[in-house]
Ligand binder design. Sequence first.
Ligand SMILES: [Fe+2]
Length: 353
Amino acid sequence: MKTILPKATLLIVEDDPLVRQSMAFFLENIGYHVLQAQNGQEGLALFIEKNPDLMILDLQMPGMSGIELLAAIKSDLPSIPTIVVSGTGSRDDVIATLKLGAWDYLTKPIEDMAVLEHAVTQALGKARLITENKRYQLHLEEKVSQRTAELERREQDLKMTLISIVDVVASMVEQRDPYTAGHERRVTSLALAIARQLELDEERYEGLGLAATIHDLGKVAIPSEILSKPGKLTSIEYQLIQTHAQAGYDILSRGTAEFPWPIKTIVHQHHERINGSGYPLGLSGPDLLIESRILAVADVVEAMASHRPYRAALGIEVALAEITRGQGVIYDSDVVTACLALFANKQFSLESS
Ligand SMILES: [Fe+2]
């Protein structure tokens, strides 16, 4: 079945009035809206003003030639079908017009107007397919970016929910164990300051902050009399306290939802030491996440510098001397360097965190 696009506007640029008018008459007769220009300049002006669906043009015209007209609108050519109709164009001219983006080439005189009709129908059909394809692509891109934005929003919502759950858990832990109230907050501040110093990437930085906030979560499994015991701990009591790293990991492993950060692993490893002398697993070096190595140092510095139920605060100098002594042996060397630099340069203070 023949496809006719009756409302399409065609622009004919042809200096020979007889040829131009006969083409126009024929094309109008089969339902097209036809614009006529008798030279390149007029054609260009009409092209800009009327934005036709298709252009039929002669090559040899006084003033601006067909090739010059094609060159002038070259940037728009991929989207507009152009048919060159010429009787005098050389082979080079034909190649030049095709290179400039012409879609078809007909030889004058056109003895059978059905040939012109066929060329116009074909070109308009192809143009419509291109337009539909572009629209579809655009629609697809819009859909993809909408879905991406939606996923990002959901991921952000999920993160915010997890962050608020972590906050609730942290305040529960602190409520139960007032002596360490503020400990997790100060450890978090120091750990994050060290992470910044080490230029830890944003995603890991975020996970470290959350893990630090609840790193002693496992202490909920330890009797509060032991946690707040003012005197020296017995060896059994000390061993019991040491179970909190595993207990924290176990609690965080119970839920079905996975955190987008390795929070439970960081919590699990915060008392491990790089030479394998820590607990609960005695992991060493490369088996420890950088977040865990940072948290370990921040935890030790804060714990030694602050007051504890069983002893007075030892002070920051003693704490820094301890990590210096263990640098590269039990504590990560780079982490210790970063931590010492923070205090040496007065970029950080536990009192103000
Ligand atoms: Fe701990």
